[in-house]
Design a protein around this ligand. Structure first.
Ligand SMILES: [Zn+2]
Length: 272
């Protein structure tokens, strides 16, 4: 059994932890945490323990969070956060991941697996792997990584933070890193078939969407688009390919889209 502890940093009403427009950090963290857990629930022999209050009502003290993870005997702890610099809008940007300066080699390995995936999922600048003496990392007895998935007070990063598809992707790629690390097996492999599609990041106007579709149709027979879930008032769209029977074929298509057009792309598995 692999025991995975995780939390969305803070609580809904924690003071200071919000964007200059008043959006709560916990709301962003929560969406990532939910996607992370939903993905891991698709694997066998995984137990999950959420350390914060899933309703967001209570900001569970940090010592309570790490005590809970330690008492439970978690194999790994992942803490989801979003960053702030000065609390007023600026153009600083990027994702960071943290381990404790005295952390185990296992923490570093998990950080190395998670870090590049987060930058890719969010489509934001990579501000490198870092170390810090954070409570969640210092007081947890198991390998632990804290993720800062972009700046809440960045006019650049907020676009990604307001995009639910990107927050979902952030949680899923963090989960995928653990799937790879622990060699987790998907549930019900014998009774289901997986197909794979390649999705792009979002386009924020119908004009850029139309251009993107036209470009993609030179490469692929089937190109679809959908309106992306977003907190943004402006509609955003993303495009996706038809299905591929193997992950390898989807990977190839993903690389092609990335290299030819410079788009953020990711693969989505569909279990049928
Ligand atoms: Zn935070």
């Amino acid at each position: 059994m692999t025991k995975i502890a995780y939390d969305a940093g803070h609580g809904m009403s924690t003071s200071g932890k919000r964007t200059p427009d008043g959006e709560r950090e916990w709301m962003f963290n929560n969406k990532v945490a939910i996607a992370f857990a939903d993905k891991l629930k698709q694997y066998e022999n995984v137990e999950l323990l959420r350390l914060d209050d899933p309703s967001g009502n209570r900001d569970v003290p940090l010592s309570e969070r790490t005590d809970k993870a330690n008492a439970w005997g978690a194999d790994v702890l992942i803490s989801f956060h979003h960053n702030a610099l000065a609390g007023s809008w600026g153009t600083h940007s990027g994702i960071e991941t943290y381990t404790h300066p005295q952390s185990s080699a296992a923490s570093k390995e998990i950080q190395r697996l998670i870090h590049p995936r987060i930058a890719l999922a969010m489509g934001l600048k990579d501000r490198e792997m870092k170390e810090a003496n954070f409570h969640m990392l210092r007081e947890s007895n198991m390998p632990s990584v804290l993720i800062e998935g972009g700046f809440m007070d960045s006019t650049i990063d907020i676009q990604a933070l307001r995009n639910d598809a990107k927050l979902k992707a952030q949680g899923e790629v963090a989960a995928q890193a653990l799937v790879n690390l622990f060699f987790l097996k998907p549930k019900n492999v014998s009774t289901t078939t997986s197909l794979y599609r390649v999705f792009t990041g979002t386009f924020n106007s119908s004009r850029s969407l139309a251009d993107a579709i036209e470009m993609a149709r030179r490469e692929f027979t089937w190109v679809f688009y959908e309106r992306a879930e977003s907190l943004d008032f402006n509609p955003t769209y993303r495009i996706f390919t038809g299905t591929f029977k193997t992950k390898a074929a989807a990977e190839e298509a993903k690389v092609k889209l990335q290299q030819k057009f410079g788009w953020i792309t990711y693969i989505r598995e569909e279990v049928i």
